[in-house]
Design a protein. Sequence first.
Length: 516
Amino acid sequence: MKRRALFVSFAIALLSTANIFAQTLGAVLTAAQEVPPCAGTGTGNATVTFDSTRQNITVTITVANLGSPITIFHIHEGPAGVAGNVVVNLVGLGGQFVNGTMTGTFPIDSAVAQRMLQNPSNFYVNVHTNQCPGGAARGQLSFVSGGTTMYAAELRGANEVPPTGSSAFGGALVTFDFNNNTIAWEVNSSGVASPTLSHIHRGAAGVAGPVIINFATSPDQIVGGHTKGFAAIADRQTGALIASDLTNLASASTAIGYYVNLHSTAFPAGEIRGQLVPAQEVDIPVAGHVTNGIGQTFISDVRIFNPAFTAPTVALVEFFQAGTSANTTATNSLVVNLPARGTAVLNDIAGTTGLSITGVGAIRITSAANVVATSRIYINTPNGSFGQFVPAFARSEALRRGAIPQVSNTVAAISGFRSNVGFFNPNQTAVTVRLEARDAAGNVIGSNVLTLQPLSQQQNSIGTYFPGVNVSNTENLTLSFDASAGIFAYASEIDNTSGDTFLIPAQPDTGVATSQ
């Protein structure tokens, strides 16, 4: 057993440098991120894409408003707030800027590549100028794609070998980070009377196979049919795991013979089971159950539709409560069964009959098959309800560059609107965001740099995001952002007279770094 554990640990180490898939990092460059800060107003962004060998990177950097000619530019190793050493000398390797853009493919040391993919935020892109020789614009890297691999499973008794006849069902979401050799899991079920264990097994559909990764190893780790966690793969692997399992699970094209199983007292060999398949994800950037300062309680109703004509499916619904801390798992979750062409009706989803959450946050819906979701935030009054429609977005619709027009904020007026602005970071790594507010003439009236922690949601009044700028009596603003990875952003406009609201989701900003 000890020899096998050492072998598998070695295999995990090899996997982190294996030819798995192309991976892309992004950065948002600003003068304020320099150490020490540059007095200029330079901005920019960067994209770094690894080839499948991880021996070469293709880098694109776009900059503007630097104030003086570019002298040198590099990738450095160092966290935010620290001046670090150069690890990829882009100018020394032949990189050249033409009209504010540099694009090229460069070799990268294998050890540097491994460290960069394990912790992108510990590296930054830096552009130096005559005016700011220590650096005119800098940005920390984060994953745009290829950071994690996500699988979903639809758990049913009919999938067991042999079938159990159980009417229970469940959903699972499994997230592998093979750069850091970690795993996160969320398994939720309905109708399993006394769940006891949950694992990943090796085995194709119709085949019972060995346990290779543990989720829950005792009944007390499954509360209300639900287990979740985050851990190193090595801490959850069993003696049955072999090196090829990790290689297979690193790519959706080869992860075809693995399943999640939920065992119970009634069915010790497994009551419900589902094969791992690539997760389908939609996100609702704001939802909740919250009472404001004047006693009005806002709630969220959600609908989830199964577009399939013959096959039912299961959706796993996770809630990430608003805050500025990083998340590895959801605050709470629930699971719903969706008949073919059927709709889950989830009224007051965050309330006591749903997720039992007090507050605001974001919702992630994942499934083994495509689903369609919508939501509405509203309050009930004696004269009826009023609120705003909040669409669900496919994960692929998260934006690196976005614009939010039609924003007004006349706080002291008895007419007009006031504005809240919100963000949801659906990524497992932190994202840097450069936010701007412009008037109708295109003049910048405020800007700021934000860091959105992994899987975090936040919403604040517009003034919170532009400290030192008076935006208490501004109309016809357009907010725009440039992010190091895709995010969801929106403005919520509140009518000062009626109190009614409408939501403005961000749309693609094609004018920023269109070459990337």
